[in-house]
Ligand binder design. Structure first.
Ligand code: HEC
Ligand code: HEC
Ligand code: HEC
Ligand code: HEC
Ligand code: HEC
Ligand code: HEC
Ligand code: HEC
Ligand code: HEC
Ligand code: HEC
Ligand code: HEC
Ligand code: HEC
Length: 307
């Protein structure tokens, strides 16, 4: 058979399976002229032309038998190939998430089939769409819905998620002892795990409320004490049990620093002028002066009365 005088597009007039060789039963489904894909010299190789292929019909051929199909590691989908592929080449593919069911992201986004979580990703087994949209990985919206009470610190360590800053109150307790998941402020401070005698580590005026400037001067009591040596409540500073510590007056610390009339420190201490009962014109140098007031009880215990 000499094809030299055959006009393009007329092949099927002979190649119909009767006059001359036609398409066999497994031939790709097409009504286009044989020469869209075939030369006259041989049936193979054929150059596939997609020009007359209708959108959305790709899967009729691309099933792995008639024409190239999806390989075993292909993203799981039943959509038509052209949802993501062009006819000119399989790559690059434009992933289309249309038709992807909510909550199924992890079936693909496992780091093999499609982008997965990197090693510094927040620790979670939830479906990506709990926090991510399909359009971009950032910004992510963190959802705390599946976070268990007391597990906050596993993420909020300053690496995986926001951690405590350097001026944060010193604590190893779980963030939710004091914080809600919606915002860091306001925080509710819980004193439940605070150890006796450690109040000063926070109550220094920076980390937490400190002593006001008109607070009684501890130096006059023979040394510094924990706030809880006198303050018996963690909800109000005005509940106190006065502790005179090592105070013995007369220069080791002065009783008059607080008890002399005219002093204006906070507190309900009794105040008198030093000469309120001056004997024989002798003005004492301090309340504790021998013959006047002696501390009751042992040094370190509370004075309870003016002796
Ligand atoms: C006038 C009828 C006629 C037309 C039109 C025609 N052919 Fe053919 N062709 C034949 C015949 C007859 C044969 C040989 C017998 C067979 O293969 O059935 C043949 C053989 C072939 C072969 C096999 C060649 C080989 O050596 O194995 C190819 C390929 C082919 N034709 C392609 C085409 C293409 C492409 C067109 C359109 C451009 C076309 N033919 C148009 C009649 C025709
Ligand atoms: C849209 C493209 C396209 C059209 C149009 C087309 N074919 Fe094909 N045909 C193919 C492809 C692709 C193959 C498979 C080639 C291969 O296996 O390498 C094929 C295979 C064949 C084969 C088997 C070749 C072999 O030895 O395995 C025959 C015969 C054949 N076509 C005949 C025809 C005839 C006759 C027509 C027109 C009536 C036609 N084809 C139209 C694409 C087409
Ligand atoms: C009528 C059958 C048929 C249909 C429908 C069809 N294709 Fe094809 N396609 C083929 C054949 C045959 C080849 C070449 C052999 C192969 O790759 O299996 C091919 C090749 C391809 C290639 C590889 C191109 C290359 O040069 O590497 C891509 C990509 C492709 N098709 C995409 C599509 C898309 C997208 C659709 C839907 C819009 C589609 N095809 C519809 C039959 C078809
Ligand atoms: C929901 C989108 C989507 C659909 C639908 C889809 N694919 Fe893919 N396909 C992809 C993605 C994404 C890749 C990976 C591309 C890459 O590695 O850059 C891919 C890769 C491929 C590859 C491998 C390309 C390579 O060389 O690595 C083939 C072949 C392929 N797809 C065929 C198909 C066929 C056939 C269909 C239809 C039956 C189909 N795909 C449907 C998204 C899709
Ligand atoms: C069928 C597999 C599959 C499913 C299911 C899937 N994706 Fe994808 N996704 C891909 C592929 C493939 C890409 C492109 C290549 C890659 O990023 O690995 C992609 C890309 C993305 C991108 C990057 C977009 C861009 O342009 O940068 C985001 C974000 C994304 N997917 C989120 C999701 C979310 C959220 C879900 C669940 C609702 C989801 N994906 C479900 C396969 C899937
Ligand atoms: C519980 C919420 C949550 C879940 C579930 C989640 N992520 Fe994320 N992801 C985040 C947050 C928060 C970021 C940080 C975003 C930022 O830096 O703005 C992030 C960042 C990422 C990034 C890096 C973005 C970038 O460019 O820096 C990728 C990639 C990513 N996630 C993928 C995934 C994949 C894949 C899944 C599902 C298998 C997933 N994520 C599940 C919250 C989540
Ligand atoms: C699986 C990791 C993870 C766990 C567990 C976790 N978070 Fe988060 N959290 C995040 C991520 C990621 C963000 C957003 C990015 C950031 O702030 O670093 C966030 C944000 C926050 C925010 C800021 C909210 C805003 O909109 O400003 C607060 C408050 C918060 N978390 C409190 C908590 C508390 C309380 C717990 C414990 C009940 C907790 N988180 C447990 C990962 C986690
Ligand atoms: C014992 C209680 C307590 C615990 C436990 C705690 N915090 Fe706080 N946090 C506070 C208090 C009180 C503030 C000061 C709130 C204010 O300024 O209103 C604060 C402030 C913060 C702030 C600054 C808020 C701002 O915008 O000024 C961040 C961030 C913060 N905490 C993170 C954390 C993280 C992360 C954890 C867990 C690892 C944690 N906190 C555990 C009590 C606590
Ligand atoms: C880990 C830090 C920390 C320790 C230790 C601590 N507190 Fe607090 N405390 C706070 C924070 C934070 C608040 C609330 C906000 C503030 O005062 O700055 C608070 C509030 C208070 C309040 C309520 C009045 C106020 O200032 O808001 C009292 C009273 C109090 N603490 C007493 C104590 C006593 C007594 C101790 C020792 C037994 C103690 N605290 C130990 C951090 C601490
Ligand atoms: C030696 C006992 C003592 C010690 C130790 C002590 N306080 Fe006080 N504090 C008092 C007395 C007494 C008052 C006055 C109470 C009143 O108004 O009735 C007071 C008042 C306060 C007030 C003001 C209360 C108000 O109602 O205005 C604050 C705040 C306070 N103290 C904080 C502290 C802090 C913080 C510490 C530890 C760093 C501390 N105090 C240690 C005895 C003490
Ligand atoms: C740093 C200040 C300060 C110093 C120094 C001090 N006191 Fe007091 N004292 C107080 C406060 C405050 C109270 C009252 C506590 C209260 O409100 O219940 C008090 C109470 C007393 C009481 C109980 C009666 C009363 O006034 O409520 C006696 C007795 C007493 N002091 C004796 C002494 C003696 C003696 C000295 C010296 C050895 C001394 N104090 C040193 C602050 C001080």
């Amino acid at each position: 058979m000499k094809h030299s005088s055959v006009a393009p597009g007329t092949c099927a007039s002979c190649h119909n399976g009767t006059t001359a060789t036609g398409k066999n039963s497994s031939h790709i489904s097409t009504t286009a002229s044989c020469d869209t894909c075939h030369k006259t010299t041989a049936w193979t190789p054929a150059t596939m032309s997609h020009s007359s292929v209708a959108a959305g019909t790709c899967n009729t051929c691309h099933n792995g038998t008639t024409a190239t199909g999806k390989n075993s590691t292909h993203v799981s989908t039943t959509s038509s190939c052209d949802t993501c592929h062009k006819t000119t080449a399989w790559t690059p593919a434009t992933m289309s998430h249309t038709g992807v069911a909510a909550g199924t992201c992890n079936t693909c986004h496992n780091g093999t089939t499609a982008t997965g979580k990197n090693s510094t990703h927040v620790s979670t087994t939830s479906s990506c769409d709990t926090c991510h949209k399909t359009t971009a990985w950032t910004p992510a919206t963190f959802s705390h819905s599946s976070v268990a009470t007391g597990t906050c610190n596993t993420c909020h360590n300053g690496t995986t998620a926001t951690g405590k800053n350097s001026t944060h109150v010193s604590t190893t307790s779980s963030c939710d002892t004091c914080h809600k998941t919606t915002a860091w402020t306001p925080a509710t401070f819980s004193h439940s795990s605070v150890a006796t005698g450690t109040c000063n580590t926070c109550h220094n005026g920076t980390t937490a409320t400190g002593k006001p400037s008109n607070h009684i001067p501890e130096a006059q009591l023979g040394g510094s004490m924990g706030c809880d040596a006198c303050h018996t409540s963690t909800t109000s500073w005005s509940t106190i049990k006065m502790n005179h510590n090592g105070s013995s007056g007369n220069g080791i610390g002065w009783c008059k620093a607080c008890h002399e009339k005219g002093t204006s420190y906070l507190g309900n201490m009794e105040k008198k002028s030093l000469n309120h009962e001056a004997e024989g014109g002798k003005v004492p140098t301090d309340c504790s002066m021998s013959g006047c007031h002696r501390p009751l009880g042992t040094v370190g215990s509370s004075y309870s009365a003016w002796d």
